[in-house]
Ligand binder design. Structure first.
Ligand code: PAF
Length: 283
């Protein structure tokens, strides 16, 4: 396993690998890897014959009052996880390598970046789209793997790849949960024990809404009321949004169908947690 910090070195390696006919599988991350990331890496290992991981806490996707400075980091542990998952190259640039003085380009996926997390985090998805496009140009992957926990991010990256004709297949992977249901996230590390317990209301809401849907409930008003009741039972939680929308357009709906995405963002103390499910999908 080789660690690369320079963009030109990574590009040269990627170009040579492609010339030799390799299939490059790529997992972009901000590090502090957990089992969710490991599941992406294992899938990448199976489907490509070269596996590249990026570890880069991308400053331009954090708002001014967000957690850039305290975002959890553990490069040594990440390198061990990467080695265990069979990673061939880790791309780990400094922020000044990615965004040298004078950098001023931004990608805006207009409609998909507005609702859900886009409302509370203006500019966040421009930062995500811009860094992912840049990473694609550096790593030149054939396949790129993203977790469905960041559902809006995945939808937006798919749109960007289609709109800009970027030659990469984007693969969305299932949410990986702790044994008690909490969706895995690097930010779970911020939770105090009581906050962590309250945070289980998110997966409980996902579970109960799915059950109601399966039992025939189609009224979004009823589904929303049920979800609200579950979250509001936890005094430590503060709802950012709780939405039912079309899984492709992310536009709100009045009646639930198999294509309905139920997505929620909730703050436990200062930690923002997200979770989602598509009602018609098997989990
Ligand atoms: O999901 C993440 O970890 C980040 O948003 C990504 C895709 C690596 C871009 O910085």
């Amino acid at each position: 396993m080789k660690i690369i910090t320079s963009i030109t070195e990574m590009q040269t390696i990627a170009q040579n690998l492609k010339r030799e006919g390799n299939t490059i599988a790529f997992v972009p991350t901000m590090g502090f890897l957990h089992e969710g990331h490991a599941s992406l890496l294992r899938e990448g290992r199976n489907r490509g014959n070269i596996l590249i991981l990026s570890l880069f806490v991308n400053p331009i996707q954090f708002g001014q009052n967000e957690d850039l400075d305290r975002y959890p980091r553990d490069a040594e542990r990440d390198c061990r996880t990467a080695a265990e998952c069979g990673v061939d190259f880790i791309f780990m640039p400094e922020a000044t390598e990615m965004y040298p003085q004078g950098f001023q380009t931004s990608i805006n996926v207009r409609e998909l970046s507005k609702p859900l997390c886009g409302t509370a985090r203006p500019g966040h998805f421009d930062g995500v789209a811009t860094v992912v496009a840049k990473l694609f140009n550096i790593v030149m992957p054939d396949l790129a793997f993203f977790g469905r926990k960041d559902y809006q991010q995945l939808a937006l990256i798919r749109r960007m790849v289609a709109d800009l004709s970027i030659p990469v297949s984007v693969i969305g992977m299932p949410i990986i949960r702790e044994s008690d249901g909490l969706a895995m996230s690097s930010r779970n590390a911020y939770l105090s024990p009581v906050e962590r317990k309250s945070a289980l209301a998110l997966s409980r809401a996902i579970h109960d809404i799915r059950s109601l849907y399966v039992s025939g409930e189609r009224s979004i008003e009823t589904l929303r009321r049920k979800a609200l009741t579950i979250i509001l039972q936890e005094p430590l939680l503060q709802i950012d949004y709780l939405e039912f929308c079309n899984e492709h357009s992310l536009q709100p709906l009045t009646e639930a169908t198999d294509d309905t995405l139920f997505a929620l963002a909730v703050k436990a103390g200062t930690t923002r947690l997200i979770d989602n499910t598509v009602l018609g999908e098997k989990v």
